[in-house]
Design a protein around this ligand. Structure first.
Ligand SMILES: NC(=O)c1ccc[n+]([C@@H]2O[C@H](COP(=O)([O-])OP(=O)(O)OC[C@H]3O[C@@H](n4cnc5c(N)ncnc54)[C@H](O)[C@@H]3O)[C@@H](O)[C@H]2O)c1
Length: 413
C-alpha cells in the first residue's frame, strides 16, 4: 500500500489537528513538510513532528517555489488567504484538503473549483460534520427509508456563550470585514449538512439575524475596557475563562499564566465583550425550500449554556431528534414504539470533532491513493457556500426571499 505524503500550510489549531491525525494513521499518511509563518513555532514543530529544519518553511512563496513536496496539501491558513493559497497550490500540483470557507466570494470559489477540475486535481473541503459518527448514522437512517420522505428539518447550532465570546467577539472571526460573515464562517457546516441529509437542491432561501447583544450600549456601568482592570461580576470575564480553560488560551499563546497573557492590552482576547470592534451576528435564522417542496430551517445562536448542535427531522414515516454532543438519536416511527440509537455503543472514538476530522483526512488520503470518490468534494461543497452568500444577502435585505437558481445563474449549480 502506497503511503501518502502530506504537507501543511498554516500550522495553527486546524493544521495541528490534521497533523496529529496523520500520526494516528502513520501507516497510511506521513507529514513531510510544513509552512508556518510564525517562526516561533518552528522548533516546537520540529520536535513534535520529527521534521528536519529543511522541511519547515516560514514563507509561502518560498514554500511554493520548492514545487510539489507531498501528495496532498492541507491548507489551514485564515479564511481570507484560502483563495490565493489554493490557486497557487493547484498550479504547483497538489491535491488539497482545504479548510472552510473555501474562499470569500462566489467568484473566487467558482474559480478554485474550475481550476481544480481543469487541472484534474482533488479538493476536499473540511465539512467535517458529514464524517461524524452521529451524522453518518442519521444519513444511514434516511437512505434506508426509515424516516420516509423528509417533509421538514430543523437544526440549531448552539455556539455556546463562551465559545462565541472567544471566537466571534474577541477572536479571529469577530469582524466580517477581516474574516467572513457568521453564516459562512461558522454555519456553512450546517447548510452543508442540511443539504446533504435532505438530498435535494435548495430553490429558495431567506434569513434574518443581527448583532443583538455584544455591543457598547450593553456594557455594564463601571465596566473597564479590559477584563484585567474590571471589577464587574461578568460571565464573559476573560481571566476566569482562560484560567479555567487553558486549552483555549493555547490557541493564541504558548504562555500558561492567563493574568500575564491578558495584561497585554494589544491582545483582543482580554477585551470587554461589549467594547470590541465586532460586527458579526450573534443570532441568525434561515429558511430553505427544496426542489421537491420540502423545507428546512436553521438557527445559529450565541446564547446557549453549552456548545451543541440539535437536529429534528420530520419524515412521512417517522420523526427523528438528535443531539450531536450527546451522541444520541431518537427515532419515533409512526404507529410503532420509539427507539434510541446511542452512538457511544457504536464507537468509543469521539476525538477531533466527534470523529469528523479523523474520518475526513483518512477518506481523502485513501481517495488520493486509490483515485476513489470522497464525501466532501469541492464540486458538492460549493453549494453550501453559495447558499451562505445568498443567506447573507437576504439577511442584509430584511429577509428578502432569494431564488437560488437565479442568484447562481453566473455559476453552475
Ligand atoms: N472545519 C472546521 O470545523 C474548522 C474549525 C475551526 C477553524 N476552521 C478554519 O480553519 C482555518 C484555520 O483556522 P485555525 O483556527 O487553525 O487558525 P489559527 O490562527 O490557529 O491557524 C492559522 C495558522 O496559519 C498561519 N499562517 C497564516 N498565514 C500564513 C501564511 N501566509 N503562510 C504560512 N502560515 C500562515 C498562522 O500563523 C497560524 O499559525 C480557518 O480558515 C478557519 O475558518 C475550520
Amino acid at each position: 500500500m502506497k503511503k501518502i505524503t502530506m504537507a501543511v500550510l498554516g500550522f495553527g489549531q486546524r493544521g495541528i489537528v490534521f497533523s496529529n491525525v496523520a500520526k494516528d494513521y502513520s501507516n497510511e499518511v506521513e507529514l513531510v513538510a510544513v509552512c508556518e509563518q510564525n517562526t516561533n513555532k518552528h522548533q516546537w514543530i520540529k520536535e513534535n513532528y520529527q521534521l528536519s529544519s529543511e522541511s519547515i518553511y516560514g514563507d509561502f512563496n518560498h514554500f511554493m517555489n520548492q514545487g510539489k513536496l507531498a501528495d496532498i496539501l492541507v491548507i489551514s491558513t485564515m479564511d481570507q488567504d484560502h483563495y490565493i493559497h489554493a490557486m497557487k497550490a493547484l498550479e504547483v500540483g497538489y491535491d488539497i484538503l482545504l479548510e472552510k470557507p473555501i474562499a470569500l466570494s462566489k467568484k473566487e470559489i467558482f474559480e478554485i473549483k474550475n481550476k481544480a477540475n481543469q487541472l484534474n486535481r482533488k479538493i476536499a473541503v473540511a465539512h467535517v460534520l458529514r464524517y461524524t459518527h452521529f451524522y453518518k448514522e442519521i444519513k444511514r437512517l434516511i437512505d434506508e427509508g426509515v424516516l420516509g420522505s423528509i417533509a421538514t428539518l430543523h437544526q440549531t447550532e448552539n455556539v455556546g456563550y463562551l465559545h462565541y465570546a472567544h471566537s466571534f467577539v474577541r477572536g479571529n472571526w469577530h469582524n466580517s470585514n477581516t474574516s467572513s460573515p457568521m453564516i459562512l464562517a461558522k454555519s456553512c457546516h450546517d447548510i452543508d449538512i442540511i443539504r446533504y441529509l435532505v438530498g435535494k437542491r435548495v430553490e429558495a432561501i431567506s434569513s434574518f439575524g443581527n448583532l443583538h447583544y455584544f455591543k457598547k450600549e450593553n456594557m455594564p456601568s463601571g465596566a473597564a475596557s479590559h477584563c484585567i482592570d474590571c471589577k464587574v461580576d461578568c460571565p464573559f470575564n476573560a481571566i476566569k475563562f482562560y484560567e479555567e480553560n487553558p486549552s483555549w488560551m493555547a490557541f493564541f499563546s504558548l504562555e500558561k499564566d492567563a493574568k500575564k497573557v491578558l495584561s497585554d492590552k494589544t491582545l483582543n482576547y482580554g477585551r470587554c465583550v461589549y467594547d470590541m470592534d465586532n460586527n458579526v451576528v450573534d443570532h441568525q435564522v434561515l429558511n430553505m425550500q427544496f426542489e421537491d417542496g420540502s423545507s428546512a430551517s436553521f438557527t445559529m445562536t450565541a446564547f446557549s449554556y453549552t456548545t451543541h448542535r440539535r437536529i429534528e427531522i420530520k419524515g412521512t414515516k417517522a420523526e427523528l431528534v438528535g443531539d450531536l454532543e450527546d451522541n444520541l438519536i431518537t427515532v419515533m416511527p409512526y404507529g410503532k414504539a420509539p427507539f434510541k440509537i446511542d452512538i457511544k455503543n457504536l464507537t468509543t472514538d469521539f476525538s477531533y470533532h466527534s470523529g469528523g476530522d479523523k474520518n475526513l483526512l483518512i477518506d481523502f488520503v485513501r481517495a488520493v491513493r486509490d483515485n476513489t470518490p470522497f464525501l466532501t468534494d469541492i464540486n458538492y461543497s460549493v453549494e453550501s457556500h453559495y447558499l451562505a452568500f445568498d443567506a447573507e444577502t437576504s439577511r442584509l435585505h430584511k429577509g428578502l426571499v432569494i431564488d437560488t437558481s437565479k442568484s447562481w445563474s453566473d455559476y453552475e449549480r
